[in-house]
Structures are given as C-alpha cells and as structure tokens.
Design a protein around this ligand. Sequence first.
Ligand code: FES
Length: 301
Amino acid sequence: MKICFLPDNLCTKPQRSGQSLLEISLAAGVDHTHACGGVGKCSTCRVMVLEGAERLLARNPTEQALAQRLGFGPEIRLACQTVPQGDLTLRRLVIDDEDLEILHFRLTASALPKIGVEKELAILFVDLRNFTPFSEALPAYDVMHLLERFFFLCGQQVKQAGGWIDNYMGDGFLALFDGENPKQKCQKALAAAQGVLAAMPGFNHYLAKVAPQFLKLGIGVHYGHLIQGEIGAGEQMREIVIGDAVNTASRIESATKVLGRPLLVSEEVREHLGPEFRFERVGEVTLKGKQGLFPLFCPVE
Ligand code: FES
C-alpha cells in the first residue's frame, strides 16, 4: 500500500495494519499538524483526498460529527480518524502557523463559516444605470431610500423566482439560482430578470416624485461553475462567490450598454433553457479579460 502526502512529496506505507493516516505520516517524518493529539477534536490534521477516495471506508462517528459541524465535503478527511485500505494521494491542508491561526480564528468564532464548495449555478447581474451621477444631486437620505426601495423590489422578484441576492455592489447586485438541473436554474434566473425589468416602470413612477429622472437597468445572465464559501469570522464573516462564471455574468451585464438591450443572456443559458424559450441573437462581443467572441441573446416575447 502506498500513501503519498503533498505538499511534502513524500510517499510511504503503513508500518502495521490499522494505522491511521496521521500515524503513518508522523512515522514517516511528515510535520503533520495534530493540535488535539489525534482524538478527532481539532480538525487540524485534515487532508484532501486527491486519489484513491473510493478505497476509503466511511467516516467513523467521531469524524462524522466534526465533518458535519464544519461542513466538510466528502474529499476532506481527518487523518487521525481515517485508516487507509489502499493506495492514496493526499494533500495536507494545515501547512504552517498562519493556516493554524486562521483555523483557530474560524473555529472559535460564534458561527462557523462554510467551507468552500464548488457549484454550478445560474448567475444574475443587475446594475442600475446612471444612478451615481443622478444621486449626486440628491440628499443622502433620498439616495439611500431610493436604493433601498430598488433593492427591496428586486429582492422580491429574485425570491419569488427561487433565488437569493448574494452580494450588493453599489447600485447593483449579484443573485444566484440553484435548482434540480441547469434548465431549472436558468429558468429561475430568467424569471427573476424579467420580473425585475417588469417592476422598473413602477420604480420609475415612484422616482418621478423625488426627481425628474427615468432610470434604466442592465441585466446579464450566465450559467457556470463557481466557488461559494465564507471568509472571515464572527461579525466580519461574509459569504463570497468567485469564479470565471461570475466575472462573465458581470461582463455580459456591461455588454448591455454596448448592445442597447436591457437584458442579455449567454449562449450557455440559452442552450440550457432549450427551444421552448425564444431568443434573438443580438450580437457577438468580446468580453473584457476573455478571449474570443461571445454570442449574446435577448429573450423574445
Ligand atoms: S488531530 Fe485533531 S482532529 Fe485529527
């Protein structure tokens, strides 16, 4: 049986049967962090299984309890609680004192942050056009009140469609949509986008009471892979999503200015939605930071 540890680039084998991964690594001289002494309490011995996961037994109750509390995915195992049954390649996840400090900070926080998870979601980017120059002439109270009202109205549409607003960015926001399959996720995002657009005349009508201005929206919808997790701890903890798909959704939203349409979706969204959803191909654009031309589409009523 061969057990390889990264980033140590060290392969070794058990000295006796029933040895845990932690015992094996320590016996081979790996500086494997194990703050609780290997009793399944601290999680600092955590490893990511890169190869051979199918040869591992299910978690024991001690590991299961901690893994559940910390939101570990199946690929993250506690080395002190895991006994290998065959060849494995693992990466230790607590490498130095800084890793240990961050972990300690997270574990002692009142609420535990979620471990990063990879997901395929539909992504909606919404931006209120020209709000900044418009807001400069308004008292701070009105600016905040109008934004609050706009976000409230959009939040209702997003929620109704089955999504959630993940992040507010000035006068725009990012919303995400999960579901049983890609089509359902895209369907929800499109419904939210159309709901937000349909609600805009009402918002502009209200706006007219405060200032003679008609505001427009830019909305981009994309589908793809992203990483969702939390950083920070305690009151500073916040959810983040990162990934190329998020950037692409933002670029699509920006392209609405160039193409003169308030709502544009990517080819991935159009394909997932299938032929019963009708779209017009509006044009092909280069998206900042990406190579090649990207066809963009807008829904046809
Ligand atoms: S060493 Fe503490 S949980 Fe494994």
